[in-house]
Design a protein around this ligand. Structure first.
Ligand code: ADP
Ligand code: ZN
Length: 215
């Protein structure tokens, strides 16, 4: 199964992608995670990406397209994958299409998580992320058992640089401008499915699973 998770920053793509990846045993490919890892290790890619990310801007298309092309070559993608945070622009979507066509593959479904603006701000500003494993928490909705520590690995919980309020606004603007048009793009291809993104995480997960299993 090849799946794209679409939706705004804070929409829950990462959370759902993790759950789906575990259940269906296919990799979660998050361009955000790959970029953050590169920043952390100050690789060449990381140095290129950092200033865009910290300002809430998109990293240039050719950079992320390159990342995805490399990642899709890895053998663990043979039985499918979940794209989380890619594509984010029409150009990225087109590049993905061309790439998959060349491999005689296609995307089975695009799940679009719908969450209203106020809820996104609330989620992003309360979000805490494990510095070590990337696991997400929320100060009110989903606090860690021990304050400031990841439940899974004990890593330190931090607020992502781009989860500061000014940057959040910018990311939402960028989303509206560059990413929202993808809905129309995938609707035309007949593979877009809208999904309520607000509510209990596990209920949303179950509903995503039934959509997938009805394919
Ligand atoms: P969120 O979806 O909550 O904004 P991500 O972890 O997916 O978080 O992305 C964080 C940042 O990484 C984005 O604001 C952007 O700068 C960069 N990024 C991630 N994916 C892409 C992409 N496909 N194209 C361009 N930039 C990206
Ligand atoms: Zn952790």
């Amino acid at each position: 199964m090849r799946l794209i998770l679409l939706g705004p920053p804070g929409g829950g793509k990462g959370t759902q992608a993790r759950l789906l990846s575990e259940k269906y045993n296919i990799p979660q490919i998050s361009t955000g995670d790959i970029l953050r890892e590169a920043v952390k290790n100050s690789t060449e890619l990381g140095r290129k990406a950092q200033e865009f990310m910290s300002q809430g801007k998109l990293v240039p298309d050719e950079v992320v397209i390159g990342i995805i092309e490399d990642r899709l070559k890895t053998s663990d993608c043979e039985h499918g994958f979940i794209l989380d945070g890619f594509p984010r622009t029409i150009r990225q979507a087109e590049a993905l299409n061309v790439k998959l066509k060349g491999l005689e593959l296609n995307i089975d479904i695009v799940l679009d998580l719908l969450v209203d603006f106020d809820e996104l701000i609330r989620r992003l500003s309360g979000r805490r992320t494990c510095e070590n494993c990337g696991n997400g928490f929320h100060v009110n909705d989903n606090p860690s058992k021990v304050d400031g520590k990841c439940d899974e690995c004990g890593g330190k919980l931090i607020q992502r640089e781009d989860d500061q309020s000014q940057t959040i606004k910018k990311r939402l603007e960028v989303y509206r401008e560059s990413t929202e048009p993808l809905k129309e793009y995938y609707k035309k291809l007949g593979i877009l499915r809208e999904q309520k993104g607000k509510g209990n995480i596990n209920d949303i997960f179950k509903s995503n699973c039934s959509i997938i299993e009805s394919l």
